[in-house]
Design a binder for this molecule. Structure first.
Ligand SMILES: Nc1ncnc2c1ncn2[C@@H]1O[C@H](COP(=O)(O)OP(=O)(O)O)[C@@H](O)[C@H]1O
Ligand SMILES: [Mg+2]
Length: 357
């Protein structure tokens, strides 16, 4: 499979955690909250199994997220793009319920049926509305089975459709007026939503809905070392699933990508001496991961397998220059005032000059 779900990719770790876990589990949870946090943050189990860290960041954030899922409040993961909201949500659902696929992808066109239920029209026309003709959506299934449901990009969903969730989260029930019935949530049901900070204003969360959530804000990586660590780890995993050769000497280039992204994002050089203009793009950790993965593919297929400045330069330029009017100026200025003067960055400067003038 090109991209197995978390519960399959890490089935071995989840099984080892379940075996070692002697703490109390909330009803229908596969693991105790403690073991869920260990799955996310990593650790070594008494039997020697090494659990890889999935989320790199403050432990408290993970603990609050997991603890919330054990209450009757839903969890809202909020943050700028690329702060691992989707990633964390998938791994939380995998660890808590053993299934991360009960997912509603939020878009401007998400209809109410995606959150509630639809109908099998052949059956509906032949026999009228019945349980057999009802096609439950992911949230309804999670309620009936006591599982974790996920809603991605909640604030992209039109406000009136979002409000469908109010009854689900406050009354823990989903009425089916066509059948004169309702589906009531059983223990174990909860919901994780993600939303983008930058989308604020697209479809603001109604305050009625917001009150049903505990909000956890995911921060950008605290420092360059943490970000390099995240990128290196993910690139390694992705490279293996894409069958790219490992790049043992790629670390230096990863650090360079992260440095460029952080400096431009923060509007100041790492030494704090030079103020910079920030480009319009987000230059997130997730984008740094794509730039390096793309660079590895170049190095593997068109180079000697070693990640070099020329393999990441085009990717960096593509991530920085999003707005063709203003971003090229920002990039040129950074290139000429910072990159050009920096010790050990000559090759990188030349590679950047080559890909875009
Ligand atoms: N703090 C972090 N810990 C682990 N991985 C991270 C972190 N920040 C970003 N990532 C990685 O970056 C990517 C983030 O993508 P995603 O979860 O889609 O972001 P978001 O949904 O917040 O826009 C994932 O591949 C994830 O592994
Ligand atoms: Mg996301």
């Amino acid at each position: 499979m090109l991209r197995p779900h978390a519960e399959h990719a890490f089935a071995h770790e989840l099984a080892a955690l379940a075996a070692a876990d002697d703490r109390p589990r909330p009803e229908r949870w596969r693991l105790s909250p403690w073991a869920v946090a260990t799955y996310l943050l990593g650790g070594t189990l008494p039997d020697g199994t090494v659990v890889s860290p999935k989320y790199v960041g403050p432990r408290r954030i993970v603990e609050v997220a997991v603890a919330t899922l054990a209450t009757d409040r839903a969890l809202l993961l909020l943050g700028v793009p690329g702060t691992a909201k989707t990633w964390l949500s998938e791994h939380l659902a995998a660890a808590v319920s053993g299934d991360s696929t009960l997912l509603v992808q939020g878009t401007a066109g998400t209809p109410e049926e995606a959150i509630r239920y639809g109908w099998n029209y052949a059956r509906l026309l032949a026999h009228g509305p019945s349980r057999a003709a009802l096609v439950p959506g992911p949230v309804m299934r999670a309620m009936a089975e006591g599982m974790t449901a996920r809603v991605e990009e909640l604030t992209r969903i039109p406000a009136d459709v979002q409000d469908t969730l109010i009854t689900v989260l406050s009354e823990k029930t989903l009425p089916v007026p066509e059948l004169g019935e309702e589906v009531q949530a059983v223990h174990g049901f909860n919901l994780i939503a993600t939303a983008n900070d930058r989308d604020r204003g697209v479809n603001e969360l109604s305050s009625a809905l917001r009150r049903r959530f505990n909000t956890v804000v995911l921060p950008l990586p605290a420092d360059a070392d943490a970000e390099v660590d995240i990128v290196a780890r993910r690139v390694d995993q992705l490279g293996r699933s894409l069958r790219l050769p490992a790049a043992p000497e790629g670390y230096e280039e990863i650090r360079r990508v992260v440095t460029v992204f952080r400096e431009l994002r923060e509007g100041v050089t790492a030494d704090g001496r030079t103020q910079l203009k920030s480009p319009s793009g987000t230059l997130s950790t997730a984008e740094a991961i794509s730039v390096v993965t793309g660079g590895l593919a170049l190095a593997a297929h068109f180079g000697d397998g070693v990640l070099r400045p020329g393999d990441v330069a085009a990717g960096i330029l593509g991530a920085v220059v999003r707005d063709p009017a203003s971003d090229p100026v920002v990039w040129q200025e950074y290139l000429e005032t910072v990159v050009r003067e920096r010790a050990g960055w000559k090759d990188f400067y030349r590679a950047c000059r080559e890909v875009g003038a």
